[in-house]
Ligand binder design. Structure first.
Ligand SMILES: Nc1nc2c(ncn2[C@@H]2O[C@H](COP(=O)(O)OP(=O)(O)OP(=O)(O)O)[C@@H](O)[C@H]2O)c(=O)[nH]1
Length: 311
């Protein structure tokens, strides 16, 4: 994950950190308020349009030191509608695949069935650190806090327990610093100021591009581009199908990416597929091919296709 658009522009600065963080908590505990506070004006708030898969990206927090992509885990907030086994498994897979989980509870409410339900799911999650965030501390008496903490702390080995106020921002900076420290070194998956209707398309293209660059070192310039030609969720197979083209400027570069008997392209595909599955929380079928488009950077219609247009 060491080469990205951002870092090639920025080779002298220190390595950025990045990763995925899931936010869970029963309704009304303050998930959206916390997102809004953390991300503020800079947010690339993701569209509310139905997504191709069940996981939703809430927003992206970009700082000089790195980028945090916040994910929703649909279904987990609504214990009343009992999830199907497959949905529970998908939720657990998502939580296993992220770098950290933020479990938000409401300091003004006693622990309820909804919280306990979430804790049960968390217990099935293996190595992901879980932060317990006790929210709305601005409206509770300080001395009630200890009682709330002790009602949760034996339920689960939380990595951190942090009382916060998503409304006033109390302790939120501390939380973000702590998350940034925990995230592994990695690229900015989004340009810092990008707003898009198709965030997954963009990230998936970047993941594929990153694998190409990483495994070809200096032989292939950063000018290669990846276009997602088709992306479709196949309900019956519970699988996301992605067809993507890798564009190079020369035949020689195309040959390098394909490798001996297609070996390198296969490897790029496997690695990218793994990352996309992690991102989307579902199985992925990825088909890649390599095309030569000489001097594609100068062609405006191509730029628009690749999603680089200002429009
Ligand atoms: N006093 C106070 N109110 C808060 C705080 N955080 C959230 N709220 C309020 O709690 C209510 C619910 O907040 P949301 O952010 O919508 O909660 P949510 O978890 O996203 O809710 P769902 O979308 O239903 O899952 C709103 O009225 C917020 O203003 C806080 O730290 N302090």
């Amino acid at each position: 994950m060491s080469q990205s658009t951002k870092q090639t522009d920025n080779t002298t600065s220190q390595q950025t950190h990045s990763g995925f963080v899931a936010i869970i908590g029963r309704p009304n505990v303050g998930k959206s308020t916390l997102m809004n506070f953390m991300i503020g004006q800079k947010v690339a708030i993701m569209s509310d349009k139905p997504q191709t898969t069940r996981n939703r990206i809430h927003g992206v927090l970009t700082r000089e030191e790195g980028q945090i992509i916040f994910m929703d885990t649909p279904g987990i907030h609504k214990p009343k509608h009992k999830l199907g086994e497959q949905m529970v498994r998908t939720a657990i897979d998502t939580l296993n695949g992220v770098e950290a989980v933020l479990f938000i509870v409401d300091a003004t409410m006693p622990k309820g069935a909804g919280d306990e339900y979430i804790i049960e799911i968390l217990k099935k999650v293996k190595d992901t650190p879980v932060y317990l965030l006790i929210n709305k501390v601005d409206i509770v008496e300080k001395n009630t806090l200890l009682g709330i903490i002790s009602s949760y702390k034996d339920d689960y080995p939380f990595a951190e327990i942090i009382p916060i106020s998503a409304k006033t921002g109390d302790n939120v900076d501390r939380l973000v610093d702590n998350l940034m420290d925990r995230l592994p070194e990695g690229p900015y998956y989004y340009p810092p100021d990008m707003v898009t209707d198709h965030p997954e398309r963009f990230i998936i293209a970047e993941l594929i591009r990153e694998k190409c660059l990483h495994h070809t070192r200096e032989e292939v310039p950063h000018s290669i581009a990846v276009e997602i030609e088709r992306m479709q969720f196949r309900e019956e197979k519970d699988m996301l199908v992605v067809y993507a083209a890798i564009y190079t400027e020369r035949e020689t570069q195309k040959a390098i990416i394909i490798g001996k008997q297609g070996a390198l392209l296969k490897k790029i595909g496997q690695l990218a597929r793994h990352d996309i599955e992690r991102l989307m929380g579902s199985k992925v079928y990825l088909e890649l091919w390599v095309k030569v488009k000489e001097d594609w950077r100068n062609r405006e219609h191509m730029l628009r296709n690749f999603g680089f247009s200002e429009e």
